[in-house]
Design a protein around this ligand. Structure first.
Ligand code: ADP
Ligand code: MG
Length: 660
C-alpha cells in the first residue's frame, strides 16, 4: 500500500524549547508531548501539517531535511527528473522569468524539469468523473497528505470517503516514468513537507526552502543563469490549482457541476470542523476540498514572511501568461495519452485516537492543577489546551504536565514567595538573637573576670573599714566617713554579685514547684503602689515544673518591679503562667511606657538603665538573662510605646523547660 509508511517529519531540538506551549496550542492533533517542561513531537500522532514548525519562534522544531539524499541521487548515474509544484511562482517572486528558475534547477544536475500541474490536469478529470457518478456520496479530497493522515489516524471511519485518486504529485511521477522509463528517479519540489511522507513511489521530496539552500550552496543565482523551458508534458489549467478552489475547478467542464457541490476549508481549525460535520451527516454528497495549512502558496515549506496576496497574484500572472501561449493540441494529446494511466489509490486505516480517560482520573488530574470546582476552570488556554478538562485528560494520557497550568504555577509561586518571606523573617530573628547572645556571652566573661578580681579587694576594704569604724570613738568625725566607706563598699559588693549572677556558671538547684502558686507568691512579695491594679491568671493544666526556686523568684520579682516602675502614673500589672507538656511560660505584662524599638537590643546588657542615678543599676534584666539561660530557657519581649498603635506597655515571656 503506497500510503502506509510514516516517516518522522518534525524533529525537536530540546535545548531551544522555551516552554511557551505555542506548538501544543497550534497542533491540530495534539501530537506534542511535554516532558520535563520540553516539547517533543510524537511521530506516531503527527500528521506532518507543519504548524509547529511555523509557529515556533525559537526554531526548536526542525523539519526533515532531504538535501543530502537529493545530492546523493544527483551524483548517481540515474536520470533524475525534478517535478515542481504549481505554487513555485509564489515562492520565487524575485525571479522575473520562470524559465530562469528552470535553468537554475537544471544547473543542479537534473536531467528533466517538469511541472506537477500536468499531473493536476489529469487528476482533475478523475475528480470530475467521480463527482458526476450517480452513486456519488460525497468525498474528501486526498491531495493534501496531512489531511489523508488526519483521516486515517483520527477519523478512520471516514477513510472510505477519501477520494480514491492519486495526488497530482504521484500522477506526475507516473507520467514521467511512463514517458522516460521506470528507472527514472523523481524528485518533487514543493511548498509542503508532509509530501515527504506521502508515498514511497516518489524518490525524494524537497521543499522550496531546501531548493533555495541548494542554490545558495552552489552559488546558483538567477542573475547568472540562462533561461530554459520546462520539459514536456506541458500543463494547462492545472497550474492554477494552488490559488483556484482545488482540483475540481481545474477540471474542464466545471460548468456542468454546480458550485454548491464543493465545500472548501483551509487552516487548522476549519478543516477539522468540516470533517466533523461531514461525519455527523450535516453535509452530504459534497466534495470537501480541505487543506491543513493556509493553502499551498503559504505552505510550511515556503520561505517565511511571504505576502499572501502578492504570492497569489504571482501565480495568477504566471498562469495567465502560460494559458496564452499554450499549445492546446499538444496538451490535449498528452492528456488523452496519460489519462489512460492508473490514477487510483486506496487507503488503510491506522487508528491513533486515544481512549478517553476515566472520569475519576480526569478529576484527580484536575485537582493536581488546583481545579477543585467549576469556578477554578479558567480555560485560559495558556497550557496549549482549549479547556482545563482537555489539559487534565492530556495529563492522564501522559502528554502534558501539571506545571503547564500558568494560573496554578503563579499561585504556587506566590505560596513559595510567602513561605520564603516567612523563613527569611525567622532567619533574621534568629540571627539577631544569636548576635545578642554572643554579645552578652562576651560581656558575661568580662564581667565575671572583673567581679572575681574586685571581690577580694572589696572584702579587704569592707573588713578593715569595719574594724576602723569599730575602733573609732563615738562622735569622731572619722567615724561618719568610715561609715560611708562601709556603705559604699557594700553597694559595690552588691553590684559585683549582680555581675556574677549575670555571668553565672554555677549549676541550678532544681526542685519541683507548683508554678501557679509560685507566680501568685512572687506577686505577693513585692510592694505595689495603690495606683496599680494587679491580676494573676494562669492557664496551665499541669502546674508542676522543676525550677531553681530562689533564682526564678528573683526573675519574677525583678520583672514585676520593672513593670511597676514603668507605670509611674498607675496602670495594670498582669502576671500569669501558661504551658504545655514540655515547657512553662511566665508572663509579666504592664500598661506602662513601653520600650523604644532601638533600645530592645540593649535591655539585657549589664548597667543599661534609663532610670535616674541611684534608682536603677541596670543589672536586673542582666541577672534575669543569666538565670533564664541556666534554666535553658528563652526570653521574649513585646512592647509598644505608641498610643496610636493601641495600649502602650510591655510583656515579658519567660519560657523554661519543665525540667523533668
Ligand atoms: P533597672 O531596672 O535597674 O533600670 P533593668 O535591667 O531591670 O535595670 O532594666 C533595664 C531597663 O530596661 C530599664 O531601665 C528600663 O528602661 C527598661 N525596662 C525594663 N523593664 C521595663 C518595662 N516593663 N517597661 C519599660 N521599660 C522597661
Ligand atoms: Mg530593674
Amino acid at each position: 500500500m503506497s500510503n502506509s509508511f510514516h516517516r518522522q517529519l518534525v524533529f525537536t531540538i530540546k535545548d531551544r524549547c522555551r516552554v511557551c506551549f505555542t506548538c501544543v496550542r497550534e497542533c491540530p492533533v495534539k501530537a506534542i508531548k511535554i516532558i520535563n517542561g520540553q516539547a517533543e513531537v510524537i511521530n506516531d500522532r503527527c500528521i506532518g501539517c507543519g504548524n509547529c514548525v511555523r509557529v515556533c519562534s525559537q526554531g526548536a522544531k526542525i523539519p526533515l531535511c532531504s538535501i543530502d539524499a537529493v545530492e546523493v541521487l544527483l551524483q548517481s548515474k540515474s536520470r533524475i527528473a525534478a517535478c515542481i509544484a504549481p505554487s513555485f511562482p509564489a515562492e520565487f517572486e524575485e525571479i522575473p522569468d520562470y524559465k530562469v528558475l528552470v535553468g537554475m534547477i537544471r544547473k543542479l544536475g537534473f536531467d528533466f524539469v517538469t511541472e506537477v500541474s500536468f499531473g493536476a490536469d489529469i487528476v482533475a478529470q478523475e475528480y470530475e468523473k467521480m463527482i458526476k457518478e450517480s452513486r456519488y456520496e460525497g468525498d474528501i479530497s486526498s491531495d493534501c497528505p496531512a489531511i489523508v493522515y488526519f483521516i486515517r489516524h483520527y477519523h478512520p471511519d471516514m477513510v472510505n470517503y477519501l477520494a480514491p485518486i492519486v495526488s497530482p504529485m504521484v500522477a506526475m511521477t507516473r507520467v514521467m516514468k511512463k514517458k522516460h522509463g521506470e528507472d527514472l528517479k523523481v524528485v518533487f519540489i514543493g511548498p509542503c513537507f508532509a509530501k515527504k511522507a506521502e508515498t514511497t513511489e516518489i524518490d525524494e521530496v524537497l521543499t522550496f526552502m531546501e531548493l533555495r539552500e541548494m542554490f545558495n550552496s552552489r552559488n546558483i543565482r538567477h542573475e547568472n543563469t540562462d533561461p530554459s523551458g520546462f520539459d514536456p508534458p506541458h500543463s494547462g489549467k492545472g497550474a492554477i490549482f494552488p490559488i483556484s478552489r482545488g482540483l475540481y475547478y481545474t477540471a474542464n467542464n466545471q460548468e456542468s457541476i454546480p458550485e454548491e457541490r464543493v465545500i472548501i476549508a483551509e487552516g487548522r481549525v476549519n478543516y477539522k470542523e468540516a470533517i466533523k460535520e461531514f461525519e455527523e451527516g450535516y453535509i452530504r454528497k459534497k466534495h470537501l476540498m480541505l487543506l491543513c495549512c493556509d493553502g499551498c502558496i503559504m505552505g510550511p515549506g515556503t520561505s517565511p514572511g511571504g505576502k499572501r496576496f502578492s504570492r497569489s497574484n504571482a501565480v495568477g500572472e504566471y498562469v495567465a501568461g502560460k494559458l496564452q501561449n499554450i499549445d492546446r493540441k499538444a496538451w490535449e494529446k498528452d492528456v488523452a495519452e496519460y489519462s489512460k494511466l492508473d490514477l487510483s489509490q486506496s487507503f488503510t486505516t491506522e487508528d491513533r485516537r486515544l481512549a478517553p480517560p476515566g472520569n475519576e482520573e480526569v478529576l484527580n488530574a484536575l485537582q493536581s492543577i488546583g481545579k477543585f470546582s467549576p469556578q477554578d476552570h479558567l480555560n485560559c488556554g495558556a497550557c496549549g489546551y482549549d479547556t482545563c478538562v482537555d489539559h487534565a485528560s492530556a495529563i492522564v494520557n501522559g502528554l502534558a504536565e501539571t506545571e503547564m497550568c500558568l494560573p496554578y504555577a503563579i499561585e504556587k509561586l506566590h505560596d513559595s514567595i510567602n513561605n520564603l518571606n516567612v523563613s527569611n523573617e525567622k532567619l533574621a530573628r534568629a540571627r539577631a538573637a544569636l548576635k545578642q547572645s554572643e554579645k552578652l556571652a562576651h560581656m558575661g566573661q568580662l564581667s565575671a573576670g572583673i567581679a572575681h578580681e574586685l571581690n577580694n579587694p572589696l572584702g579587704v576594704i569592707t573588713m578593715y573599714s569595719n574594724i576602723l569604724m569599730d575602733e573609732a570613738p563615738e562622735g569622731d568625725a572619722v567615724r561618719d566617713d568610715l561609715k560611708l566607706i562601709v556603705e559604699q563598699a557594700e553597694r559595690c559588693k552588691k553590684i559585683v554579685s549582680g555581675l556574677l549572677n549575670f555571668a553565672r556558671k554555677n549549676q541550678v538547684n532544681l526542685s519541683e514547684t507548683d508554678v501557679v502558686k509560685f507566680v501568685q507568691h512572687s506577686l505577693n512579695s513585692i510592694v505595689k503602689p495603690d495606683n496599680i491594679s494587679c491580676s494573676c491568671e494562669s492557664k496551665i493544666a499541669d502546674p508542676l515544673a522543676k525550677l531553681d526556686i530562689d533564682q526564678m523568684m528573683q526573675v519574677l520579682t525583678n520583672l514585676e518591679k520593672n513593670a511597676i516602675e514603668a507605670m509611674p502614673r498607675g496602670g495594670t500589672l498582669e502576671v500569669g503562667v501558661e504551658g504545655d507538656a514540655d515547657e512553662v511560660t511566665f508572663i509579666v505584662s504592664d500598661t506602662g511606657t513601653g520600650i523604644e524599638k532601638e533600645n530592645m537590643d540593649k535591655l539585657f546588657t549589664p548597667f543599661y538603665t534609663t532610670k535616674e542615678m541611684g534608682k536603677g543599676t541596670g543589672l536586673g534584666l542582666a541577672l534575669i538573662y543569666g538565670i533564664v539561660k541556666m534554666h535553658k530557657g528563652k526570653i521574649h519581649v513585646d512592647s509598644n510605646t505608641d498610643p496610636l498603635h493601641g495600649q502602650t506597655g510591655t510583656t515579658f515571656r519567660i519560657t523554661v523547660p519543665r525540667g523533668r
